[in-house]
Design a protein around this ligand. Sequence first.
Ligand SMILES: [Zn+2]
Length: 205
Amino acid sequence: MNFGVVDLHSNGIHLELAGRKVAQVKIPSDYVPHTFAPILGTHLLVSGDQLANGMVVVLEDVTQRANPNDISPENERRKEGFVPSEYDRRRVEETARWALVTDVKTKHNRPDSRIVKFTAIYSDGTMRDRTYNVDYKWAVLTEVEMMPVCTCGVVHTEENPEVPADLFDRGVSFLETFVNDFLGSVLQDIEDDLKDETSEGSATS
Ligand SMILES: [Zn+2]
């Protein structure tokens, strides 16, 4: 799989996870095939009201995802004169690529129904405003590489280390801890939400 590294820091986008500012996020850049199905261990499956900033997601429901084959030059229908429209291209780029969730919020669109809105950031740095009913499920990558902004305001890399001695090992372990902390906190939030819903449900029944 190919990845793009989105630099949030230099673009002035603020994403704070587990109390730390995130600088760079590695997002898969390949199109998601129409046959995609989430895999236990590699993906989480959450509903729209469980989406959280920092998650890298794609819609689970295949009917809500465009087929990347629609815009492929090898598409069989091309022989019959089919030319994908700008709309087809846009829909594939929007729905058939992994997206970083930012600025997520849920609200009622009708008294009995709620929607989730977020700004999706893709591997090439493009952004889309996306809105869905909260009932749609999303596949979430359980492992995402992210670089934090140091308390000194710098994104430390191999070339620009925090500590001159044994720098790279330190950087790697810091990154791993950060990713684990973040995923741990997201999973805990989901668990807490589910518990809340269960207790609310039993209180009202
Ligand atoms: Zn620093």
